[in-house]
Design a binder for this molecule. Structure first.
Ligand SMILES: [Fe+2]
Ligand SMILES: [Fe+2]
Length: 329
C-alpha cells in the first residue's frame, strides 16, 4: 500500500478563470449540470457501446466548473454558527471525500476502457474538489478537525470502488432529503444552503454514473465471472448494513474515535428545529431523489435499491398508522 499521490486522477478539467464568471455564467453552468439528453433517438440497451457513451457523455457534459477558492462564505449569526460548528459530521465528511477520491482514482486507473476510465477519473477529481470545499468551510468558520489519516491506495480497487459507489447511493439519497429539510426549516441561512447546492447535485450525477457503470459492467461480464461479482456486490451490502446499524460505530467508539456513519439516517434533528418523523423524512428523500434526477435522459438508469427500501418503509409506516387509527377507541 502506498500513500496518495497528487496525480492520481490524471484529468484536470478546463475551468474558467474567476474573472470570466458572472451570475449569468453561474446560472448557465448550474442549468447544464442538471439537464442532459443523449442525442441518439430510440431505446438505449443496457451494456451496449451507446449505453456507455451516454453515461460517460452525461458525466462530462454536466460538469460544473465552479472553483472552491472563489466561494464567498457568508457571515453567520452566533446561533447559526453554533449550529453549524456543532454538527458531528465534519471529520467524517472530509475523510469520506478524501477516501472516495483515492478509491475512484485507483479504480479508474485500473480500467482499460478509455471512456469509463476518463469518466471515473473526473468523478475522483470532483471528490477532491468536495474535500477542498469542505476544508475551506471548516477554515472559514473555525471548525477544528481531527488530524486526517493517511489515505492509502486500496489493494483491491474494484472492491473499494463498489463500497464507495454503493455507499454514495445510500448517503446521497438521505443527503437529498436532509438538505431539503434544512432548506425548508430556515435553520441555516439561505446563502449557506445555496453554496452547497452544486455539491449535492454533483452527488446525484455521481450515483447516476455509478448505477449505469454497474449495469453496463454486469451485462458485459462473461457468464462465468458473474456469480463471483454478484457475491461481491452482496458482500458490499452486508458490509454497509453492518457499518450503518452501528456495529462499526460501537467499535470505533471503543477505540476512542466515534464516527457518525449514521448521520444521514439520524440527522434531521440537527438540520431543523421541527421534529420530523422518519416516515416524513423518507417521503422528502423520495421526492428530492426524483426531482434531482428528473433533468437527465430518462433512458439512463437510476439507483433503485435505497429508494425501494424507503418506499417500503413509507408503505409500512402508513399501514401501521392506519391500523392504529382504526384500532383507536
Ligand atoms: Fe463527494
Ligand atoms: Fe460523490
Amino acid at each position: 500500500m502506498t500513500a496518495m499521490t497528487a496525480d492520481m486522477t490524471q484529468i484536470e478539467p478546463v475551468r474558467a478563470e474567476p474573472a470570466q464568471i458572472g451570475p449569468a455564467q453561474i446560472e448557465a453552468a448550474d442549468h447544464a449540470a442538471r439537464h442532459w439528453q443523449f442525442p441518439m433517438p430510440g431505446p438505449l440497451r443496457v451494456g451496449t457501446d451507446e449505453h456507455k457513451q451516454a453515461a460517460c457523455r452525461m458525466f462530462h457534459e454536466t460538469f460544473n466548473p465552479y472553483k472552491p477558492s472563489v466561494i464567498d462564505w457568508p457571515k453567520l449569526d452566533p446561533a447559526a454558527l453554533e449550529r453549524l460548528t456543532s454538527l458531528p459530521i465534519w471529520d467524517i465528511a472530509v475523510q469520506t471525500e478524501g477516501k472516495a477520491r483515492l478509491r475512484m482514482a485507483s479504480y479508474a486507473a485500473s480500467l482499460r476502457d478509455q471512456e469509463w476510465r476518463d469518466a471515473l477519473a473526473l468523478n475522483a477529481w470532483e471528490e477532491g474538489r468536495h474535500k477542498e470545499v469542505l476544508s475551506n468551510l471548516v477554515q472559514a468558520y473555525g471548525i477544528v478537525l481531527a488530524p486526517e489519516p493517511n489515505y492509502v491506495e486500496p489493494r483491491d480497487a474494484e472492491w473499494a470502488y463498489l463500497v464507495t459507489g454503493f455507499s454514495e447511493c445510500i448517503d446521497s439519497f438521505f443527503a437529498f432529503g436532509l438538505f431539503e429539510v434544512a432548506k425548508r426549516s430556515g435553520y441555516f441561512p439561505p446563502e449557506l444552503v445555496d453554496t452547497f447546492e452544486p455539491v449535492i447535485q454533483e452527488e446525484a450525477r455521481h450515483i447516476l454514473l455509478f448505477a449505469n457503470w454497474l449495469a453496463w459492467h454486469r451485462r458485459r461480464l462473461p457468464l462465468w465471472r458473474r456469480p463471483w461479482f454478484e457475491a461481491r456486490v452482496a458482500a458490499v451490502w452486508v458490509f454497509l448494513a453492518w457499518e450503518r446499524i452501528g456495529i462499526a460505530r460501537g467499535m470505533d467508539a471503543a477505540n476512542g474515535k466515534p464516527a457518525d456513519n449514521n448521520f444521514t439516517l439520524t440527522g434531521s434533528k440537527a438540520v431543523s428545529d421541527v421534529d420530523i418523523s422518519p416516515g416524513l423524512l423518507m417521503a422528502v428523500c423520495l421526492e428530492e431523489n426524483d426531482r434531482r434526477f428528473a433533468g437527465y435522459d430518462s433512458r439512463l438508469l437510476r439507483p433503485t435499491t435505497t429508494p425501494a427500501i424507503a418506499r417500503l418503509f413509507c408503505w409500512f409506516t402508513r399501514k401501521r398508522h392506519a391500523n392504529t387509527v382504526e384500532g383507536a377507541p
